[in-house]
Design a protein around this ligand. Sequence first.
Ligand code: SAJ
Length: 440
Amino acid sequence: MTITQKHILLEQLQDHTARVAILGLGYVGLPLAVVFAEAGFEVTGIDPDQRKIDSIRDGVSHIQDVPTEQVRRLVAAGRLHATTDFSALGQADAVSICVPTPLRKTGDPDLSYILSATEELAKYMHPGMVVVLESTTYPGTTREVLLPKLGEEKDLTAGVDFFLAFSPERVDPGRKDWTTINTPKVIGGITPDCSEVSAAWYAQALQMVVPVSSAEVAEMAKLLENTFRMINIGLVNEMALMCDRLGVDVWEVIDAAATKPFGFMKFTPGPGLGGHCIPIDPLYLSWKLRALNYTARFIELASEINTNMPRYVVGKVQDGLNEFGKPIKGSRVLVLGAAYKPDIDDLRESPALDVIGLLEHKGAIVDYHDPYIPTVRHEGRIMHSVPDVMQAIRTVDCVVIVTNHKLYDYPAILREAKLIVDTRNALGASGKNNPKVMRL
Ligand code: SAJ
């Protein structure tokens, strides 16, 4: 039997002598690096951000989901290394690419991080490597962008000399029940052998690996997961608009529908769609389909509705102030909660920023409070979370609850505020039929 690269690599993966490199040490890459190191691989994390590297070398975690104790222990044991030097890829057999895939200002995909990571990796490609892309992207990226640069241009054949696959990240920062090690992991290769080898690698460290027949299936599965959420959030946001016109309480409607024990999944209206996944990933899909002369109507409609929610919220503020004979212009408004979702410190794509901008555009004097976010860079200036939130609530003309952090004292807010726009039903029943509370 001829010993092939596949057999050699499979052996190294199974006996954990394969040298692992993780490109990108963010909320996806660091947890993955730690999981492979715990499984017994020697792992090198590579990231251009020297602060991240210094932190890891000092045995300190810069990612909330990764305990510092774990980083310290793995670094001390010589199982976890970190460097800004991409040449470390020359000593790697198994590489996972976990870099950002944002949108450009034009709304088009920004593949610049994937391209630069791939171009760096291409310099160090050698026979007997397995490469897995984890960054969420449009279907075809692995085959159309990575394969030529890592394979054909290096005279390496995927599935023979090296193995290339896609495996979508499913990290939900702050979640404790489903983490990198126990969340089922879909993985699909450029060829069946690529699927087999990459799945064999991940199976050494993760509890459940779900091999699929191709990279495109894996890329598309991720987009379905997040498009599903984006569209259903858009649906309930439109339900809120419809219930408002009908004079029906959308929150009560959703709670009633949610009693259905099958065939329904509860989503709730809100001030818009934040985060680095849900508002962005589906637009990678619709962008790709436009290039194939197909309009992904659900995605475009949901995106339009979700994007309009901050404006709808500001309309509620205007209506509420109007009831008190106050123009929005010159009124003092406090935005409560700036993070894109409760009880975290992540501001990315947060609708709070849109609400603040729209209010200011109408002449309101806007402050914000967020216990997790002390400062916000907004339209070229730094805003600071107000130091005394209850004092601010007592003095402003309107309080807008944009992100319903658990640690707020909602009964006190209801007592002290003159007017509240509650975009999250944070006040619950006490906000219903209350003359000083406007709800979505
Ligand atoms: N939102 C609503 N109504 C809802 C749910 C969310 O308005 O019913 C808003 C949130 O306030 C937020 C945005 O949508 O602004 C996104 O919320 P999210 O709950 O989807 O949270 P994310 O962005 O952290 O999504 C992540 C995703 N994880 C990955 O992509 C790996 C998503 O797939 C997870 O399902 C989600 O966490 C989760 O379940 O918490």
